[in-house]
Write a protein that binds this ligand. Structure first.
Ligand code: PMP
Length: 362
């Protein structure tokens, strides 16, 4: 046995690393980033603020100023606090660590965000995936049966869902939260909330087992890595215990505090992306051989139903034209021939459309 085989867990050795493709020189429409930057005058002011940050000091671990700005500026109900993460990816890891009792399970509809399953496995928990219906809505009877059978410690519901882009039915979600109330947490992942304008945040007081998780990534700050989650205070106190004490660094802290004073700029960018989404959706759906699914997020899921080309062909043709999207066709049987496209600026959406049109007329 090699040293690696002796030391590293077999299930970890069997994993494929999270793959991020090299995107240099591409129109980058694969990762749901906001294409807009801050206006010049705000960037200049931010530069000055960052220059004043004491990088020789650890962050003050209470993060009280940043938390206050998040709670007041981003719709957390009065009286509720947040736990901060280095992106919501870290919050997902923290949830796993906090709940990974022997035999504990994590459940989520599939296809869904890959980190739910990966993080569960890292923490030694079994992941139970419950397939969505063909129209990507929740299969409520199957979800309720799986909750009764597996008694999951965590149920994830992404609202809207990635990679399908749709919002699940609110009353189905409520029934799932209630069904899980004696066995587990239900984490409503609102990563795409700025584009959906629907949220479970106001409903936190109704459910003791509800956690609402958000990120500033899709709002335009993917690079600074900041996520937050809110829940009833007794629960939040426990989740905060597994947070590494200085997990949000001083530069992120300063940048987020600054940008949250100008949140109207990000709101306007999100509004513009919602308009672009509507335009792009119409423009793609009139093309022959493409089905565009309804989206409440900043991306569109499309299916290639063309007599001459399939999803892989379109994906490769776009790569040849230096347009990078995400090929999700192999991720789940429900996603055969599906591609996920981030909504971008009018100009980049035009480049995307031209590339798709060319790929459909090979
Ligand atoms: N949740 C969902 C549903 C996502 O799609 C993503 C990012 N793709 C995340 C969470 C992770 O976000 P963050 O950048 O905050 O780690």
């Amino acid at each position: 046995m090699s040293l690696i085989d002796t030391i590293i867990r077999a299930d970890v050795r069997a994993l494929a690393a999270y793959h991020v493709p090299d995107s240099a020189g591409f129109v980058k429409l694969d990762a749901m980033e906001n294409p807009y930057t801050l206006p010049e005058h705000l960037r200049a002011e931010l530069g000055k603020r960052l220059a004043e940050v004491a990088m020789n000091r650890y962050p003050v671990p209470s993060y009280s100023e940043l938390k206050h700005k998040i709670c007041t500026g981003l719709g957390v109900p009065a009286g509720y606090d947040v736990v901060l993460g280095n992106g919501s990816d870290e919050l997902i890891s923290m949830l796993s660590v906090a709940c990974a009792k022997p035999g504990a399970k994590v459940l989520a509809p599939t296809p869904g965000f890959v980190m739910y399953a990966m993080s569960a496995r890292f923490a030694g928990m079994e992941f139970v995936g419950v397939p969505l219906k063909a129209d990507f809505s929740l299969d409520k009877p199957a979800m309720l049966a799986a909750i009764a059978e597996h008694k999951p410690a965590i149920v994830y519901l992404a609202y809207p869902n990635n990679p399908t882009g749709n919002l699940f039915d609110e009353s189905d979600m409520v029934d799932i939260i209630r069904a899980a109330q004696d066995c587990g947490l239900v984490v409503v992942d609102e990563a795409y909330q700025p584009f959906a304008q629907a949220s479970f945040m106001p409903r936190l007081p109704e459910f003791a087992n509800l956690v609402v998780m958000r990120t500033v990534s899709k709002l335009g700050l993917a690079g600074i890595r900041l996520g937050y989650m809110s829940a009833a205070s007794e629960l939040l106190v426990e989740l905060d215990k597994v947070r590494p004490p200085y997990n949000v660094n001083v530069l992120t802290q300063a940048a987020a505090e600054f940008v949250l004073d100008h949140v109207d700029v990000l709101d306007a960018q999100a509004a513009s992306l919602r308009e672009e989404r509507a335009r792009l959706s119409v423009a793609l759906s009139v093309l022959p051989g493409i089905e565009v699914f309804p989206s409440a997020a900043n991306f569109l899921l499309v299916r290639i139903n063309h007599e001459k080309v399939n999803g892989n062909d379109v994906f490769s043709a776009l790569l040849d034209r230096k347009v990078l999207i995400k090929n999700v066709g192999k991720m789940h049987p429900l996603l055969e021939n599906c591609l996920r496209i981030t909504v971008s600026t009018a100009e980049e959406n035009r480049l995307l459309l031209d590339a798709v049109m060319a790929s459909l007329a090979p």
